[in-house]
Design a protein around this ligand. Structure first.
Ligand code: C2E
Ligand code: CA
Ligand code: CA
Length: 741
């Protein structure tokens, strides 16, 4: 609407302007006819005018690269002015304006405007030239420099007025500024006027001198030149067209290329997307546990790395790792099968997930080990609370394929406050703490501290040392006498291994037997002790006839029990050392026997077949099934030290010892009480009819020479004492102990 109004407004201005110029043209023409001298028009003039009407404006020469044409009409107007004076020029200009106007439009206003514009500009030109150089027709008589200046002035005056008037019209029509319009459309046309004026100046002289001939000769020359030039332009146009064509082709090719490139890029993108997808998929697979679908150790380590960096930056922020290991998971697997075992792991995974917050993660590290990463916790309490919550959750029974399964977990906690740099170290410490929780009785949690770390380092060192100890001959066997509680006579010895560590000194088996079992060293070590002890007993037996009846007790670990070839090994040792099998007593702990009772029955029977004696160690600490006990070919029950040491403290402990003694009697077994330290314990055990005794009261474990000395010196002292009344007074135990450990 607004635009329409604007354009009608512009149109009105343009038309008004055109009429004004047309009217001005008529007025100027009439004024000129009065003011300027009428020309003397001859044949030449008629001819010139005729040629101009016919051809001038048709023969326009385009100037390449500049948006303008040189037409011959300007040249004719200038020529007529120079030859016939200003008024003639104005007349010719008026006619030329009409003709060229008719060629561009049929509208009278446009045709009249065109003519009016030509009249006005030519009039101003004539006026300006007349003002500075005198009448136009007289210019030829000026000197050369003045003539050139006059012609230049003529050209410029014509140029400025003509283009000026034209530019005003166009600016009105386009609604643009005059200066901008003139600059864009007319600036370059000055060339047209200058060329036109120059040609006219040269021609006017020639015409002056050579008369009509020059026109007759010059006409065709100009025509030839014109057509040659046009031909040349055409060729340029063809070349340009060809160039344009090849350019277009190139552009098309480039476009095609771009298109292909786009296709290629799209394809690459698709491939990379697919690759990303499969990479992600690989990460679901590479970072997750297939059974429970929980994050795995690798993903946990990645998250831990982030948390380690985070706590470095934020002082108040901490993280904790809870390392979980199920207690007795092996039992579930062994008794209910792997399928139920797997179901339990999955169910546990889900329960653990239900305990955590969104930022935490539960990972399965393998087997029955899980870890929880608690991110951004304020304090230690948050971690211990979580450990308690997890234990409560796991405490509830699991219903798996109709089986009600109970489980618990031991949890180790490592806190970021210890300043970790590597994820492995966090897990290592949480793991260490978890081991401590197991040691402390399972189904509990323990916090990692530096002490645990030193202990872990110590254990690792011990393990390394232990591997080499056997070949470096750092082990030795000590012998602890076992005496008859009837008369104090020496009945035999228990062989107890010791480790003479080059730096740490004497190390008790309590410290390294477990480790040796765990890492498999117990097999060669047990074999070595067995052989040593057997050889020693044979030696003692040969030393004195009194020693012939002695027996040697050797401890056998659970690992050795399940070792294939154990029976043959023992047989070989007996043969090698020439020991009568009846004098070797193998001690197996109650728990080792009961853990795998069926297997134990078989192995024990095979051992029994060798003729050796069998003893159950630490009796009373495990959970013996009496029915099994009956099936084992056992000779001796060894009452655990814990029962002996409490004799006299509370009545029921005496009762336990009595029960064991009675049980043994009924099954035709001997009883050995270990850990007798006081006379009170001794007399109570004697009263209960316990047959043999072992303990610091008689002797500590002794190294070979000490044991040999003890055999010759002490038994008669003991015998004397045992023959006394019940309230006898034994010599102080210390006096009896030779080089005790
Ligand atoms: P164990 O088989 O129950 O051995 C008895 C332990 O009680 C020995 O500890 C002994 O020194 C200690 N003992 C004996 N009388 C007393 C007493 O009156 N008071 C106190 N407080 N302790 C007494 P030791 O020698 O430290 O051995 C510890 C355990 O190491 C043994 O317990 C046994 O299970 C294991 N062990 C020792 N040598 C061997 C071995 O060669 N093979 C295997 N498999 N285990 C062994
Ligand atoms: Ca023992
Ligand atoms: Ca024992």
């Amino acid at each position: 609407m607004n635009q329409a109004t604007q354009s009608t407004g512009k149109q009105r201005y343009t038309i008004t302007y055109k009429w004004v110029i047309a009217a001005l043209g008529v007025a100027t023409l009439s004024f000129s006819s009065y003011w300027l001298p009428a020309p003397h028009l001859d044949v030449r003039f008629i001819l010139l005018a005729a040629v101009m009407m016919l051809v001038s404006s048709r023969l326009s020469i385009q100037i390449p690269r500049v948006n303008t044409n040189v037409t011959l009409s300007d040249t004719f107007i200038f020529l007529v002015m120079l030859l016939y004076g200003g008024f003639a020029g104005i007349l010719v200009a008026a006619v030329e304006g009409l003709f060229s106007g008719l060629r561009i439009s049929k509208k009278p206003v446009t045709v009249l405007f065109n003519s009016g514009m030509m009249i006005c500009s030519t009039f101003v030109t004539v006026a300006v030239v007349r003002l500075f150089f005198g009448p136009v027709s007289e210019l030829k008589s000026l000197g050369l420099s003045s003539f050139i200046a006059a012609v230049a002035t003529m050209a410029l005056a014509q140029y400025f007025v003509n283009t000026g008037l034209s530019a005003i019209g166009l600016a009105c029509k386009m609604g643009q500024g005059f200066w901008h319009t003139w600059q864009t459309h007319y600036l370059w046309t000055s060339i047209t006027y200058l060329v036109g004026a120059t040609v006219a100046a040269v021609s006017s002289n020639s015409v002056g001198r050579a008369g009509l001939t020059i026109l007759l000769v010059g006409g065709p020359v100009i025509a030839v030149l014109y057509f040659t030039y046009n031909k040349y332009l055409d060729e340029i146009k063809v070349t340009a067209a060809l160039a344009e064509q090849s350019e277009r082709k190139r552009a098309e090719q480039a476009e095609k290329h771009v298109e292909e490139l786009n296709c290629h890029i799209a394809e690459q993108r698709r491939i990379s997307d697919e690759l990303e997808q499969s990479k992600n998929h690989f990460r679901h697979a590479a970072f997750h546990d297939a059974l429970t679908d929980l994050p795995n150790r690798a993903l946990l380590a990645e998250r831990l790395e982030i948390e380690i960096e985070r706590v470095k930056q934020h002082e108040n922020c901490q993280f904790a790792v809870l390392f979980l290991d199920l207690d007795r998971f092996k039992n579930v697997n062994d008794s209910l099968g792997h399928s139920i075992g797997n179901q339990l792991l999955i169910a546990i995974a889900r329960r653990l997930e239900s305990c955590i917050r969104e930022d935490d993660i539960v990972a399965r590290l393998g087997g029955d080990e899980f870890a929880i990463l608690l991110a951004g916790i304020p304090n230690l309490e948050a971690a211990t609370n979580m450990a308690e919550r997890v234990q409560e959750k796991l405490h509830l029974p699991f219903n798996l394929s109709g089986h009600e399964v109970f489980t618990s977990a031991s949890i180790g906690i490592a806190l970021s406050a210890l300043g970790y740099e590597h994820p492995e170290n966090v897990l290592r410490d949480a793991d260490t703490a978890m081991y401590r929780a197991k040691e402390q009785g399972k189904a509990r949690y323990e916090l990692f501290d530096e002490g645990m770390h030193s202990r872990a380092v110590y254990l690792l060192q011990m393990e390394t040392d232990l591997r080499r100890a056997l070949e470096r001959e750092e082990f030795c066997v000590y012998y602890q006498p076992i005496v008859s509680l009837e008369n104090g006579a020496l009945a035999g010895f228990e062989a107890l291994v010791r480790w003479q560590h080059p730096e740490r000194g004497m190390i008790s088996p309590a410290e390294f037997i477990g480790m040796a079992e765990e890492h498999g060293f117990i097999l060669p070590l047990g074999q070595w002790v067995l052989e040593r002890a057997c050889r020693q007993l044979v030696q003692w037996q040969w030393q004195s006839p009194a020693n012939r009846s002695l027996f040697m007790s050797v401890n056998l670990s659970a690992k050795q029990m399940s070792q294939t070839g154990l029976v043959n090994q023992i047989k070989a040792v007996l043969q090698d050392t020439n020991l009568d099998p009846g004098h070797l007593k193998l001690e197996i702990t109650e728990s080792a026997v009961m853990e795998n009772a069926e297997m134990a029955v078989t192995v024990l029977k095979q051992l029994k077949a060798l003729g050796v004696q069998l003893s159950v160690d630490d009796f009373g600490t495990g959970y013996s099934s009496l029915s099994y006990l009956h099936r084992f070919p056992l000779d001796t029950l060894k009452i655990d030290r814990s029962f002996v040491s409490r004799i006299g403290e509370a009545d029921e402990n005496g009762e336990i010892v009595r029960t064991i003694v009675t049980l043994a009697e009924n099954m035709g077994m001997d009883v050995v009480a270990e850990g007798i330290e006081t006379l009170g314990q001794l007399s109570e055990l004697r009263r209960l009819n316990c047959r043999y005794g072992q303990g610091y009261l008689f002797a500590r474990p002794l190294e070979t020479t000490a044991a040999t000395a003890w055999m010759t010196n002490t038994p008669h002292v003991l015998a004397d004492l045992f023959s006394q009344r019940e309230d006898f007074a034994l010599p102080r135990p210390a006096m009896l102990q030779l080089r005790a450990v």
